[in-house]
Design a protein around this ligand. Structure first.
Ligand SMILES: *Cc1c(COP(=O)(O)O)cnc(C)c1O
Length: 349
């Protein structure tokens, strides 16, 4: 069996049989989501007439402490629309090294907005506010800074959390320098769960926030950008330019509303299981930086990562080999304690 073999489709609501630790995007919709999708009132969202989309946008705005929200197909789109909102051509995007907006968004900041990244060091995904300040450019001899963008949790650093006091200090830098502050909050619900604070305590510090419904919250599709009413009005135009006008999108937004209601309750268990798996991997001889295991993501170092992952896949355990000696495991609500036990037996061998 190859790693590319199709996942079973006849075993809803979970892909039982396999333990899929590749990402928290692999979850399938719960029965409650399916039901909400089947019965959702809908309209043409490009005209702003889909009541379920409007309800979802209002709910994310409320939870994050912002004025308005805009539903989009993906987190890449919400991030790139935000960068378009905040910048002009030739400007720089100040961001933590390894940021998704650059590493995994295919140069879109350059092709769509005409801007370039300026990275700041970010040990464990956390930039030092002093380094952020040093990265700001106002000279006429250099590309001016357009926006500061943070990522919480930081995917490539291992799902790591930015402490609230660091966010506040970077907020002050942004304010002092007259720069907007964006958050790639694909997993900001994981950050709030790890910090044990209400979501808005994190998200209120930013001018715009991109929130994914299709990661740990388990929705099948979608992200929401939040910010001021005026910013979201403009964002609507950029969303249309990128091909993100979705018509009767209430079918998807309905699942998103269920994800917002149910998803946050799952995250602490995902984090607990990630910790259990990480400790197990260390015992089994893998190299894992346990300090970086703060939420639902684990990076392990081991030789011949791709071959190892292939071997596990043949035994029904899927993980992502992301480099010659690096494998990523991601926990999500469709990995139960029992499934984790099974996975750990395979990974030991
Ligand atoms: C998944 C993810 C996104 C958005 O990805 P899409 O696949 O475009 O929805 C953005 N930022 C981070 C940190 C992510 O992990």
């Amino acid at each position: 069996m190859s790693q590319a073999a199709p996942l079973p489709t006849d075993s809803l609501p979970t892909n039982s049989g396999r333990v899929d630790l590749r990402s928290d995007t692999v979850t399938v919709p719960t029965p409650a989501m399916r039901e909400a999708m089947a019965t959702a009132p809908v309209g043409d969202d490009v005209y702003g007439e889909d009541p379920t989309v409007n309800a979802l946008q209002a709910e994310v705005a409320r939870l994050t402490g912002h004025e308005a929200g805009l539903f989009m197909p993906s987190g890449s789109m919400t991030n790139q629309v935000a960068l378009a909102l905040h910048t002009r051509r030739g400007e720089e995007v100040i961001c933590a090294e390894g940021s998704h907006i650059y590493e995994w968004e295919l140069g879109m900041m350059a092709t769509f907005s005409g801007v370039v990244p300026r990275f700041v060091p970010a040990p464990l995904g956390v930039p030092d506010p002093a380094e952020v300040r040093l990265a700001v450019r106002h000279s006429i001899h250099q590309s001016p800074s357009g926006v500061i963008s943070l990522e919480n949790t930081h995917n490539k650093a291992g799902g790591t959390v930015i402490p609230l006091e660091v966010i506040r200090a970077i907020r002050e830098v942004a304010h002092a320098e007259g720069l907007p502050l964006h958050l790639d909050g694909a997993r900001v619900f994981n950050a709030a769960a790890a910090l044990n604070v209400p979501l808005a305590e994190i998200t209120r510090q930013f001018d715009t926030v991109s929130v994914c419904l299709s990661k740990g919250l388990g929705a099948p599709v979608g992200s929401v950008l939040v910010g001021s009413k005026a910013a979201m009005g403009q964002a609507h135009r950029y969303r249309k330019m990128m091909g993100g006008g979705m018509r009767q999108a209430g079918i998807l937004a309905a699942a998103g509303l269920v994800a917002l209601r149910d998803g946050p309750h799952w995250l602490r268990d995902d984090h607990r299981r990630a910790r259990t798996l990480a400790e197990h991997l260390v015992e089994a001889g893998y190299t894992v930086d346990l300090e970086a295991v703060q939420t639902n993501i684990i990076y392990a170092r081991l030789p011949d990562a791709a071959a190892k992952a292939q071997g596990w896949a043949e035994k029904g355990v899927l993980a992502n080999a992301l480099g010659p000696d690096s494998v990523r495991f991601v926990l999500h609500h469709q990995i139960t304690d029992e499934a984790l036990e099974r996975a750990m037996k395979v990974l030991k061998g």
